[in-house]
Design a protein around this ligand. Structure first.
Ligand SMILES: Cc1cc2nc3c(=O)[nH]c(=O)nc-3n(C[C@H](O)[C@H](O)[C@H](O)COP(=O)(O)OP(=O)(O)OC[C@H]3O[C@@H](n4cnc5c(N)ncnc54)[C@H](O)[C@@H]3O)c2cc1C
Length: 383
């Protein structure tokens, strides 16, 4: 028996822990945090206390030391309650993965251990105002002066930026070298010369904070550089290869929530003398939604399972992220349709799911970029 979809006892326990946290702590706060654009820091602190943050950091450096499939199981559960809170919780995994991948043991001891030892947030600072998809065109500069780098430039749309204590920054030592100039460095938030912009007013994920970061002659020790000068592009891409699949899990959680709300409502709401779920047009919608949720989860688990075996997954992770996020949009949209006019009202939970689903098609590599990656990997096989 080569394939086994049964979760281990430990995975079932993790799933139950995340499900309970999502139901008891996140869900009761989700609607208000979304409405007011609140950043529920006590919820994030509690996630850290339960070991639901820093999932990908090895235990010897204070993280949960979990594999990718474990991370996906947890992420789907959290996102079932609130996509925005899950984005802020997961942003630590995104920001810390470059350190996991490229830091020396000394750097991990110095940068990861104290960070993980108490509640802290981190940000992954890659995107610039002139474009997020074309990473190699970045303009933020790192100029070496003795034992320090001097940083100048601006990053935008950075999750958790106002609340993070460290930024994993990608900047260039020579813009003319395009991707070969990109360099990764860990920047403490309290470095003089750093200004965090306003908290962006967003369509969805409103419980998460998103801001620009401006660097004006900010000085950071060379000792905080990850890898060598010019390694940053590869570090960023390898990071996204491993965090893309959990974004698929996040999208699956949103889609599953939309399906469950729609299914329950279809049994409660009647028209023409019977529950709307018994009208074939609605039943078929629910069947299509269920197919998408199930397929999304299986693609996510497959990609995560491959990654946990050390296999490269550029194509599988792109397929998982792209399919799951497109599915989340479609399923949330149909959930609103099942709810009819009530679905359009903020008082009901499904319109938030559509707003939250949208981001999953955009961030951590837009779905257009995912399709380019999938096509490139596919065509390699026939070249
Ligand atoms: C709420 C939120 C949180 C975010 N958090 C972070 C974060 O923590 N850290 C971080 O670094 N970034 C973050 N981002 C940025 C996000 O990753 C980028 O928005 C995304 O990568 C797209 O970049 P862009 O917005 O500059 O769009 P652009 O790159 O300008 O693209 C615009 C459109 O053109 C398409 N496009 C671009 N190039 C091509 C091409 N070659 N072929 C086909 N289509 C193309 C894109 O798919 C998109 O539809 C966040 C964004 C949001 C909205």
């Amino acid at each position: 028996m080569a394939i086994d979809f049964e979760l281990t006892q430990e995975q079932k326990e993790l799933q139950e822990l995340a499900r309970r946290f999502a139901r008891d702590v996140m869900a009761p706060r989700a609607a208000k945090a979304d409405k007011l654009g609140e950043f529920p820091e006590d919820v994030y602190r509690k996630a850290w206390e339960l070991g639901l943050m820093n999932l990908n950091v090895p235990t010897e450096f204070g993280g949960s030391g979990l594999g990718e499939l474990d991370q996906c199981i947890i992420t789907e559960e959290l996102a079932y309650a609130c996509g925005g809170m899950t984005t802020s919780i997961s942003a630590n995994c995104l920001a810390l993965q470059p350190i996991n991948l490229a830091a020396t043991k000394e750097q991990k001891e110095r940068l990861l251990k104290p960070f993980c030892a108490s509640y802290n947030l981190a940000s992954f600072a890659l995107t610039e105002p002139s474009g997020g998809s074309d990473v190699a065109s970045m303009k933020t500069t790192l100029k070496r002066e003795g034992d320090e780098y001097v940083i100048n430039g601006e990053k935008v749309f950075i999750t958790n930026a106002p609340h993070a204590s460290i930024y994993t920054l990608f900047a260039t030592v020579d813009a003319a070298r395009r991707h070969k100039g990109v360099t990764a460095i860990v920047v403490p938030r309290n470095t003089p010369g750093i200004t965090v912009g306003k908290d962006e007013d967003k369509l969805g994920h409103r419980a998460s904070a998103t801001s620009s970061i401006t660097f004006e002659n900010a000085r950071v020790p060379v000792a905080n550089r990850l890898g060598e000068e010019g390694d940053g592009f590869k570090i960023a891409m390898n990071t996204l290869d491993s965090t893309r699949t959990p974004i698929g899990a996040l999208a699956t959680g949103i889609a599953r929530a939309a399906l469950d709300h729609a299914a329950k409502y279809s049994l409660q709401r009647s028209s023409f003398g019977k529950p709307i779920g018994e009208h074939q047009a609605i039943a078929l919608k629910l069947a299509d939604m269920a197919q998408k949720v199930t397929a999304a989860r299986l693609l996510v688990w497959y990609s995560a399972w491959l990654a946990d075996q050390g296999k490269p997954v550029p194509m599988e992770s792109s397929i998982a992220k792209c399919f799951a996020s497109d599915s989340a949009m479609e399923v949330a949209n149909e959930a609103i349709q099942v709810f009819g006019g009530y679905g359009y009202m903020r008082e009901y939970p499904v319109e938030k799911l559509l707003r939250d689903a949208k981001l999953t098609q955009i961030y951590e590599g837009s779905n257009e970029i995912q399709r380019l990656v999938i096509a490139k990997e596919l065509l390699k096989r026939f070249a």
